[in-house]
Design a protein around this ligand. Structure first.
Ligand code: KG4
Ligand code: ZN
Length: 332
């Protein structure tokens, strides 16, 4: 089974080829255009997808050493994501599948983040818990099998990736700020500044309170010293990153104990964060977990994970029809 997968849910245009469950290519074209606007501009994102999609698909086929006539199915991200962006990938996938007269596979973007763990070894054993952290989502997912997952906890307001990006914006760092906070945090003292942690019920998260607390903290400190940010950037980033990681890991530990599961994974763009990766490893050692952290290239948006999710669906012959449309708020 040879599948071409397309990902276009946000600001990365990506195509991948998977052959019998083995990923053979995974090409990602990021969109630099958004940096100067301080966030993803949906209209610009969909236009950039239109420019990138043909070359990205051509490169994915070439790298896998195949032509379009070797394909048995076309997979695409149906949602969640930005409508204009999703429309480009969905329309392209539908047209190509119709032209080649082969089946279509629709994929849920967040489920694909979880299934990125099956691209490389070591693979988690079912059932496992996955902390899925991206620019739009923060969830703890109970994964019974590749096709059976349930959200057992999620953010009630902002996603943790948004908290990283908004923190960066307040510090005048360009978008996406998450990787920059990570970079500065490596040089800083995580215990220098304290921010209040809001207690949330059950396994749910909240990040809007901490964002507001951070804004007031900056306003207060820069009033006293206009150069406060420049002089303390590393400690500010390290302290903020520290509290965000604490919030995530506290709930993950609670979920593991509640569900009595010690197979623990992380996924999504924020799982690229080096502080989160090392703190999770440490917690895993004290809690006796088997911890699974994806390779960097499979953390942020990529079509390789869409291809992996499509492979599992294809094994069960789960295809969709040509009347499928993108779903910006796609349900699980
Ligand atoms: O999964 P993803 O690529 O796209 C979405 O589906 O949202 O995640 C993007 C998010 C952004 O908020 C970005 O700032 C964050 O992941 N991110 C990071 C790091 N790398 C990406 N956040 C913290 N540290 C990083 N190293
Ligand atoms: Zn994502």
């Amino acid at each position: 089974m040879t599948i071409l997968a397309i990902e276009s849910s946000c600001d990365d245009s990506s195509a991948a080829v998977i052959i019998n469950g083995k990923l053979c290519s995974n090409i990602v074209a990021s969109q630099a255009i958004h940096t100067k606007w301080g966030g993803v501009v949906p209209e610009l994102a969909s236009r950039a997808h239109q420019q990138h999609i043909v070359p990205v698909v051509a490169e994915a086929l070439e790298k896998a050493n195949i032509t379009k006539n070797d394909l048995n199915a076309i997979a695409f991200t149906r949602g969640p994501g930005l409508l204009g962006s999703l429309l480009v990938g969905t329309s392209f996938a539908k047209a190509l599948a119709m032209g080649l007269d082969i089946p279509l596979i629709d994929v849920h973007h967040m489920q694909a983040h979880v299934l990125a763990h099956f691209i490389d070894e070591p693979k988690p054993n079912f059932p496992f818990l996955c902390l899925t952290v991206s620019g739009g989502h923060t969830q703890i997912v109970f994964v019974r099998s590749a096709l059976d997952m349930e959200i057992i906890g999620e953010t009630q307001d902002d996603a943790v990736g948004e908290a990283f990006d908004k923190t960066a914006k307040l510090l005048n760092l360009p978008y996406p700020g998450g990787p920059l906070i990570d970079k500065y945090a490596k040089e800083g003292n995580p215990n220098r500044f304290e921010f209040p942690m809001v207690e949330m019920q059950g396994l749910n998260f909240s990040f809007s309170g901490i964002k507001t607390a951070f804004l007031y903290f900056l306003q207060k400190e820069t009033k006293k010293n206009p150069n406060f940010v420049e002089e303390n950037i590393a400690d500010i980033c390290a302290s903020m990153q520290n509290i965000l990681i604490k919030i995530l890991l506290q709930k993950l530990r609670k979920a593991s104990r509640q569900y009595k599961i010690k197979e623990i994974a992380i996924a999504g763009g924020v799982s690229a964060n080096s502080g989160l990766r090392s703190e999770l490893q440490k917690l895993g050692e004290t809690e006796n977990w088997n911890v699974y952290i994806p390779a960097f290239q499979y953390c942020t948006d990529n079509a390789g994970m869409i291809a992996m999710a499509a492979h599992f669906k294809a094994e069960e012959k789960i295809f969709c029809t040509q009347d499928v449309s993108p779903s910006p708020r796609m349900a699980w």
